[in-house]
Ligand binder design. Structure first.
Ligand code: AMP
Length: 293
């Protein structure tokens, strides 16, 4: 199986336009590559919801801060192209940095409010980089629908806001979090983890599962739900970056009783040198299934 690869932005724009002019609804899945079952789930959804699928693979430098893992981010291009072909993609856009960022570029795309907390606070400039590249990619592909994962929950809300505010003609479709059998959310960065680190990392889904169970038992007090997760995370050697219970729609502090769908737990932690994120919206998401520690 093979798939058509575009490295030039104008070529990608043209091929996407041709697919749309053939009367095909175009689904789009932007990624940074090192594709795993989470990305494949996005592609499957796009295939179900649209006639043709385009994928992009671009490790976007503007969303990394100095000292982060941009240089060592995995780039297994041949494997990724096979995965795209297996999932039925028609086009894969694989630009280099020069193609996406021309000299002299001076435009910023910045979403305020939603980006103040969580990863926005711990990775300054990250969401400006995400907003800029997603605006460019949506502008090039012009898809009917673009699929994003709830794994990057804050990013998903930022993109929803951006698309609404800029009146972009793309429907944003969201995909539940895919997890491996041990409960860890699949991530390109899981490749960095040793077997021992991976066992330590399982405290993250375990903490979310514990809070989910307490919620299922009827607890609605946000402080108690937060404490249920915090106790699990605090017990292990993970370095917690944040654990917050926030409103699910606008990611603002949440102090009221937690109704289904109203609020979620958001966590980022470092396991060795690897930064991992995860989240759980009460009453909406499937609780992670993970062995007790
Ligand atoms: P990335 O390649 O990490 O930039 O991710 C590309 C897209 O895949 C984003 O919309 C992510 O939210 C989504 N994604 C990554 N991991 C998962 C996962 N485990 N479950 C669902 N979606 C995911």
């Amino acid at each position: 199986m093979s798939v058509e690869v575009c490295t030039r932005a104008e070529e990608f724009r043209l091929r996407c336009r041709q697919l749309r002019e053939e009367g095909r609804s175009l689904g789009f899945v932007p990624t940074m590559g090192a594709l795993h079952v989470g990305h494949r789930a996005l592609m499957k959804t796009a295939r179900q919801r649209c006639d043709a699928l385009a994928v992009s693979i671009f490790v976007n430098p503007t969303q990394f801060s100095p000292g982060e893992d941009f240089d060592r981010y995995p780039r297994p291009l041949e494997e990724d192209l096979s995965a795209c072909a297996e999932e039925g993609a028609r086009l894969v856009f694989v630009p280099d940095t020069g193609e996406m960022y021309s000299r002299g570029a001076a435009t910023k795309v910045s979403v305020s409010g939603l980006t103040e907390r969580l990863c926005g606070a711990s990775r300054p400039g990250h969401f400006d980089g995400v907003a800029l590249v997603v605006t460019k990619l949506l502008s090039l592909a012009g898809p009917c629908r673009a699929v994003f994962g709830r794994k990057d929950y804050q990013q998903l809300q930022v993109i929803r806001r951006l698309v609404a505010d800029l009146m972009l003609p793309t429907e944003i479709v969201e995909q539940p979090i895919e997890r491996d059998a041990d409960g860890l959310a699949t991530s390109s960065r899981n490749r960095y983890l040793s077997a021992a680190e991976r066992r330590v990392a399982l405290a993250i889904p375990r903490a979310l599962a514990t809070a989910a169970r307490v919620f299922e038992q009827g607890e609605r007090d946000p402080a108690a739900l937060l404490a249920a997760a915090g106790t699990v995370l605090g017990a292990g050697p993970l370095r917690l970056e944040y654990l917050e219970l926030l409103g699910a729609l606008d990611l603002s502090p949440w102090a009221q009783p937690v109704a289904s769908g109203a609020a979620g737990l958001f966590v980022a932690a470092r396991c060795g040198a690897t930064r991992l994120i995860d989240n759980f919206v009460f009453g909406v998401d499937e609780p992670p299934r993970v062995e007790p520690g």
